[in-house]
Design a protein around this ligand. Structure first.
Ligand code: GDP
Ligand code: MN
Length: 389
């Protein structure tokens, strides 16, 4: 689960990280009032679950409350990476002498949280990692001991030469590590961690991703969820109990089982297509789940063909067939559909589909190739197109 910058900053503030004060506004007038309270120059910052807000025009300095108001009016409602800005953080502007990067991620290979720090802060860390990896220091942490003092100092020296700054930075690393562990994060980062001309070190931006599996034991973190901030299709999927991840391609995939879903996406790519999503309807699917799945897939305008790939074990393929029939009666399809199913109650499923004008395939390779072809606009012929082909 992603949380907003202002929420991540609240968490960091609680563990002692120096973070500038700030308040959230939902209207330009609120932004002006907050700017007036702080006095002086403020920064107005779009609160969306996306990085690179600065580049997209979502982070702007305002010298007066009037300017804060007009900037907030521009930023509120703006779209950044497809997400609409509903609120802005208004925070006193800091003077920046240098910008560093500090982050922790869970590294699957190391099976540990790994610190990444760099003097090349402020900008996209992926870019730094790709072009100048020597500018990044990585340090895995043994969770039995936490970040030890000498390790914190080592990280600090990678960022600063001055010993006083090294010490402050080291303390911030330990605080960030505490926040990361306490909140069950898969990622926590401060970018930029700045020094001011007066020599202070301050976290100007913060990002945290909470591991979804931690939410059950952290109701206070679940409460930070902002349903208006995620892609609408992902919100719908969550409430329908489907595992769904939106991707950029045009072949809408509906599969049962995470392994088969991954294999299906691999095969789509292998045959030159691009999956529009990962969607696992789960082991024991009922027709309603299929109806929700189809609604979510077809609401994506990029989807040019739909591919069902169902291996019936516990899942009854006739349930899936009934779901497809119900869903398409409610909402006739505008794009072709390819259905591959095999396993439990296959004969019944095929009969249901036939009676309703669909056809079904049993071979996964053929079905995927057909779906990729249809998504590219190759039509006609073939037995798999079904009604809408
Ligand atoms: P991001 O683009 O989404 O990562 O948003 P950031 O909060 O990191 O802001 C982007 C950039 O805006 C930072 O790297 C800074 O250069 C600049 N910026 C943000 N806050 C301040 C501030 O208080 N003062 C100044 N001078 N610049 C700021
Ligand atoms: Mn940033």
């Amino acid at each position: 689960m992603n949380i907003h910058e202002f929420q991540a900053k609240d968490i960091l503030r609680r563990v002692g990280v120096p973070v500038p004060p700030g308040r959230v506004a939902k209207t330009p007038d609120e932004a002006a009032a907050i700017a007036r309270d702080f006095g002086g120059t403020v920064v107005v910052k779009a609160q969306v679950h996306a990085g690179g807000r600065g580049k997209a025009g979502g982070v702007k300095l305002a010298k007066t409350p009037e300017e804060a108001k007009s900037i907030a009016a521009k930023i509120l409602g703006m779209q950044i990476k497809g997400l609409i800005v509903n609120q802005v953080l208004v925070t006193p502007a800091a003077d920046i002498a240098s910008e560093a990067y500090v982050g922790i991620i869970v590294d699957r290979a190391a099976k540990r949280p790994v610190f990444m720090v760099s003097r090349a802060g402020g900008i996209d860390i992926e870019e730094v990692a790709a072009s100048t990896p020597e500018k990044i220091l990585k340090l895995p942490v043994d969770t039995r001991y936490g970040l030890l003092s000498f390790e914190a100092t080592q990280l600090g020296f990678f960022l600063f030469d001055d010993v006083k700054r090294v010490r402050s930075a080291g303390k911030i690393m330990q605080q960030l590590y505490t926040a990361f562990m306490q909140s069950g994060c898969s990622l926590a980062e401060i970018n930029p961690l700045v020094t001011t001309p007066a020599g202070e070190i301050v976290a100007l931006d913060a990002k945290m991703v909470i591991d979804d599996n931690e939410l059950e034991r952290h109701p206070e973190l679940e409460a930070l969820r902002d349903p208006t901030a995620d892609a609408p299709s992902e919100v719908q999927a969550r409430s329908a109990n489907l595992t769904f991840i939106k991707l950029e391609g045009n072949v809408g995939c509906c599969v049962n089982g995470a392994g088969l879903a991954m294999a299906t996406m691999d095969l789509v790519k292998y045959y030159g297509g691009e999956p529009a999503n990962f969607l696992d309807i789960g082991g024991s699917s009922n027709p309603e789940k299929v109806v929700s799945a189809l609604r979510i897939i077809t609401s994506d305008p990029n989807v040019k063909a739909i591919l069902f790939n169902i291996f019936g074990g516990i899942t009854r393929t006739d349930d899936v067939a009934n779901g497809i029939v119900t869903a398409t009666k409610q909402n006739p399809l505008k794009v072709p559909i390819v259905i591959r199913l095999t396993g439990t109650n296959e004969e019944i499923a095929v009969r249901i589909l036939k009676e309703n004008g669909f056809s079904a395939m049993t071979d996964m390779d053929e079905a995927v190739q057909r779906a990729v072809e249809l998504a590219k606009g190759g039509g006609g012929g073939g037995g798999a197109g079904g009604k809408a082909a």
